[in-house]
Design a protein around this ligand. Structure first.
Ligand SMILES: NC(=O)c1ccc[n+]([C@@H]2O[C@H](COP(=O)([O-])OP(=O)(O)OC[C@H]3O[C@@H](n4cnc5c(N)ncnc54)[C@H](O)[C@@H]3O)[C@@H](O)[C@H]2O)c1
Ligand SMILES: [Zn+2]
Length: 398
């Protein structure tokens, strides 16, 4: 791997530098992370250096802190109990939860300053506890302070536990563009605590399930059947069902990232983004009033119908997919689907162009060849997209 390849022509000698850096990080599933007898956090801190008191700083989502007023004290008590290995340099820092933290660079700079003030070095830990937005922002801060300090993610929403938290990306919004600034930086570890999920509001509990349906549809027919069979328990947020759904979904995302051949998205394919081209557009068209997962559910339904119209997916399967999504609590229609711009073009279709620009390279859209089988296409037929939208509209009217 390390040999240099030499290439010469008449004018130039080129040495080809080449090396590979292996990445490895644990993703743990547990309950009540900060109960003193739960040693997951301590084992994680000590993974590389066992006999050390590890310096730790914590950024905590204020939305989560408000719904769990005892959490800050619990974390402090945990650190005190495990003071042999954990040096919590200050009380957890509350940071704005939700998209707010990603809309103003001031919050990013403030977190950088906190790391600087507390002399957090490349062997210390920055832990982020919160939803996907806080993890994205804190991840960017951790990836860039000293060119990268150890970062542990503790995702606290369904979406961040089953999807974004196990990924390798971070970012913040800039120039009105979502995730314009960010890096691909694998975390040191990801710790998922099902107890946090039980605190979430109903809308967020439902929204995150869209990613499970998505990844089942493109990768795992058995998981799709499991979702169907357990949809009553999922719709009523039974803990055992929610925990399995999250873990299996996270596992499938990890597999795609780890074994899919393109963890840092150098190519233009993005198989995990099934149903996402219209979802991204719907999110921005509705000024983020639609949650990501709510928009993804509509995108899944739209592309399922499109897959049928295109002759890829067996007719009837799109109904089966819509039925599951609706049973889980999703609405598969939003009036923004019919928005037109001044040139009378459907705005959502402009999302296709934006999606291509976002990926770079050629348009690559994942559709369905079967339940559990994604297939990539490089063009989309506008007429069939319109027919799919009309089909969704008719469905909700009936
Ligand atoms: N990096 C990636 O690969 C990736 C992938 C998908 C999405 N994302 C990003 O994730 C973000 C969305 O994340 P999200 O869906 O987790 O929502 P979120 O981070 O926007 O959080 C939603 C709300 O829930 C609150 N909250 C968080 N945990 C809670 C809990 N346990 N109890 C009560 N309230 C809680 C937050 O304060 C916030 O108000 C977006 O910014 C999106 O761009 C990133
Ligand atoms: Zn998504």
């Amino acid at each position: 791997m390390t040999e240099q390849h030499v290439h010469s022509n008449n004018t130039t000698t080129t040495l080809m530098q080449r090396f590979a850096v292996p990445f490895e990080f644990p993703v743990s599933f547990t309950e009540n992370l900060f109960d003193p007898e739960n040693t997951t956090v301590i084992e994680t801190l000590c993974r590389k250096e066992a006999d050390k008191k590890h310096k730790v700083i914590i950024f905590l989502d204020d939305g989560l802190a408000n719904s769990r007023p005892e959490l800050v004290d619990k974390i402090k008590a945990y650190a005190a109990h495990h003071s042999e290995h954990m040096d919590l340099v200050a009380d957890p820092f509350l940071v704005p939860g939700g998209e707010k933290i990603k809309t103003d660079l001031h919050f990013i700079e403030q977190m950088q300053k906190t790391l600087y003030d507390y002399h957090i070095d490349r062997h210390s830990f920055a832990i982020a506890i919160g939803g996907g937005a806080v993890l994205d922002a804190a991840g960017l801060v951790a990836a860039t302070a000293h060119r990268g300090i150890r970062h542990i993610r503790i995702p606290t929403t369904v979406l961040s536990q089953n999807d974004s938290g196990v990924g390798v990306k971070n970012g913040t919004n800039l120039y009105g563009t979502k995730n314009y600034v960010g890096t691909f930086t694998p975390p040191f570890a990801v710790l998922n605590d099902i107890a946090f999920i039980m605190n979430l509001g109903v809308r967020d509990k439902i929204a995150g399930m869209a990613e499970a349906v998505k990844v089942a549809l493109i990768r795992d027919a058995d998981f799709f059947k499991w979702l169907e069979q357990n949809s009553d328990d999922l719709a009523t947020f039974k803990k055992t069902a929610m925990a399995y759904m999250i873990q299996r979904c996270a596992e499938l995302h990890m597999k795609q990232i780890g074994q899919g051949g393109d963890p840092f998205e150098m190519g233009s394919a993005r198989p995990l983004d099934y149903g996402h081209w219209s979802a991204h557009k719907l999110e921005s068209m509705t000024h983020y009033h639609l949650r990501h997962g709510e928009a993804v559910a509509i995108g899944i339904a739209l592309d399922a119908r499109y897959s049928v119209l295109k002759g890829l997916l067996k007719p009837g399967e799109e109904d089966r997919i819509c039925f599951l999504l609706e049973h889980l609590g999703f609405k598969l229609w939003h009036p923004a689907l019919e928005n037109r711009n001044i040139e009378n073009q459907l705005e959502v279709i402009i999302g296709l162009r934006e999606f291509r620009e976002h990926l770079g390279g050629e348009l690559t859209i994942t559709l369905l060849a079967d339940i559990g089988v994604g297939v990539e296409v490089h063009e989309m037929d506008d007429d069939l997209v319109v027919q799919s939208i009309n089909w969704l509209k008719l469905r909700q009217e009936n």
